[in-house]
Design a protein around this ligand. Structure first.
Ligand SMILES: NC(=O)c1ccc[n+]([C@@H]2O[C@H](COP(=O)([O-])OP(=O)(O)OC[C@H]3O[C@@H](n4cnc5c(N)ncnc54)[C@H](OP(=O)(O)O)[C@@H]3O)[C@@H](O)[C@H]2O)c1
Length: 304
């Protein structure tokens, strides 16, 4: 099939480009700067095109002759709601006008069926409704926490430099960590399943792990002891505030407050947003999920 992958240059989009090409699809990959993105994602068998959600004609052009769209969007934690909702409305309109058969929406985070009062969550839910309203058959994949987060600036330095896995999860929080490659595999699997139109799936990995379990697997993968340190949400927010120092003060303060409220919900919400039973999902989207220990064994846990 001919696929358009929106947000293809992002952390979550890149494995989707690879998985879609490996499955034999013809891939059109979208980024605002396709030259830079294709260099960054060297080796991917994709046609890179320019798409900016602020420029509707770029979205319309990219949709031409496309069968299925895999839609990824920038952060709903660190961006204003309106442009994100407008981007989803635009995607739906353009897909309908171009005769696209199906949209697969990666919400990037857990989404419930009702608003919860957390901006990052509620914006994604509104985007889901906006995409559905366009009338193009829609399948939503709603992932929990990515294993790949451990390679990012807020987690990796503690692991590599201090042998500490520091994360804002309570000691007894069960989390269905998923790797971005498995999310990509699930999305590509959904491409070939028109009968799933209208369905929304919470998706996670094959096992529920606590922080200490993750640290134990990291210790094996790294070949040295790494211990879990349950970080308070306040400490996490303070650390993230430092990473966001380029943002304006008032904007940064608002985002950090939002981050704190949604992380408290992730930890204590009665719905247990980070826990997913994948058995029923895998019956409809049959892919082989990666255990954390296997994923960790493939990564480098030091700076050398
Ligand atoms: N569940 C988890 O564990 C987890 C972890 C990390 C992030 N997230 C969530 O994942 C989402 C995305 O994360 P991120 O922001 O870090 O993603 P990212 O990797 O920065 O990717 C964002 C993508 O959107 C594209 N993009 C940005 N602005 C655009 C525009 N105006 N028009 C068209 N494309 C545009 C970017 O492409 P170009 O810049 O190349 O144009 C890029 O491909 C967020 O909601 C975040 O909260 C979840």
């Amino acid at each position: 099939m001919r696929l358009l992958i929106l947000g293809a240059s992002g952390d979550q989009g890149q494995p989707q480009v690879a998985a879609a090409a490996a499955a034999g699809h013809t891939v059109r990959a979208a980024a605002r700067d396709p030259v830079r993105a294709s260099a960054q994602c060297a080796g991917s068998a994709a046609e890179w095109v320019a798409v900016d959600y602020a420029l509707p004609e770029t979205v319309a052009r990219a949709m031409q002759d496309v069968d299925v769209v895999l839609a990824n969007y920038p952060s709903s934690s660190f961006n204003a709601a309106e442009p994100l909702i407008a981007a989803a409305e635009l995607t739906g309109r353009a897909a309908r006008a171009a005769g696209v058969q199906r949209l697969i929406f990666n919400t990037s985070l857990p989404v419930m069926s009702e608003p919860r009062g957390y901006a990052a969550h509620d914006v994604r839910l509104t985007m889901r409704h906006a995409l559905a309203a366009a009338g193009v058959p829609l399948i939503c994949l709603q992932p929990v926490v990515f294993m790949n987060n451990l390679l990012r600036g807020w987690a990796f330095p503690h692991i590599a430099d201090e042998n500490r896995f520091v994360y804002p999860h309570g000691e007894s929080l069960d989390v269905s960590w998923i790797c971005q490659e498995d999310l990509a595999a699930l999305m590509v699997c959904a491409v070939e399943r028109p009968e799933l139109a209208g369905r929304c799936y919470a998706v996670g990995g094959p096992e529920a792990l606590r922080g200490a379990d993750v640290a134990a697997a990291l210790s094996v993968a790294a070949g040295r002891p790494i211990r879990f340190e349950s970080q308070s949400v306040d400490a996490f927010c303070a650390a993230m505030e430092v990473l966001m120092r380029t943002r304006l003060g008032a904007e940064r303060a608002r985002m950090i407050e939002e981050l704190g409220t949604i992380y408290r919900w992730y930890n204590t919400g009665a719905e247990r947003p980070f826990l997913v039973d994948m058995a029923p999902v895998l019956r409809e989207l049959p892919v082989s999920l990666t255990r954390f220990s296997d994923w960790a064994a493939r990564q480098r846990w030091s700076r050398k």
